[in-house]
Design a protein around this ligand. Structure first.
Ligand SMILES: [Zn+2]
Length: 193
């Protein structure tokens, strides 16, 4: 899932979750989207960004790290370790109080963008829900990979064989996702697929 906030300032643009919902259907658009994971208008300036993992849980730290390694191995996007002060992407877990606000979302990605360029992204895993649904460690990593996909600008893929399927649990990063990430960074900010 993704979510964004309206800015109190005038320069930060906002996109709501609605723009990331790709309808499933028999149209040519849906078939084309399934071949390459689609993306929204937002992207980072480059196909790399810095991250910091702030969760205090050693387990979820490793889950985030595994998901980062999996994306970095694809060569489509590179996550580089930053610091708490300057990282462009913050990776965390929801507290029990925040978990209530997340409702049925096992993961969530918030971001700020300006002129469709991503500035500050926060991705959150929801341990309360992941545990109550008895997600395996592999499932947890898939959720983390999904949120990192949003963090770099990917939208949902209507096909189930994609890490960006909106209800994905058991599928890791597929070639359609790698293709989507590569195409996202071959395509200027402001254009979506
Ligand atoms: Zn999502």
């Amino acid at each position: 899932m993704t979510r964004s906030f309206w800015s109190r300032g005038i320069t930060l643009a906002v996109v709501t979750v609605g723009l990331f919902v790709t309808p499933v259907g028999g149209s040519a658009v849906a078939v084309a989207a399934a071949g390459t994971t689609p993306f929204g208008p937002e992207r980072f300036a480059h196909n790399h960004a810095t991250y910091v993992i702030t969760t205090k849980s050693a387990y979820y730290r490793q889950v985030w790290q595994s998901a980062i390694s999996a994306w970095n191995r694809t060569g489509a996007f590179h996550f580089k370790l930053g610091t708490t002060k300057n990282a462009q992407i913050t990776l965390k877990t929801a507290s029990k109080t925040q978990a209530v606000a997340l409702g049925e979302d096992v993961g969530l990605t918030d971001y700020w963008s300006k002129n469709d360029l991503l500035l500050d992204v926060t991705a959150t895993l929801n341990p309360t829900l992941l545990k109550s649904y008895a997600y395996s460690r592999a499932d947890d990593v898939h959720v983390a990979e999904h949120e990192l996909g949003h963090a770099m600008g990917l939208a949902h893929n209507p096909a189930e064989e994609s890490v960006m399927y909106y209800r994905n649990r058991s599928v890791g990063i597929k070639q359609v996702d790698v293709n989507g990430a590569k195409l996202r960074y071959q395509t200027p900010a402001g254009q979506s697929s």
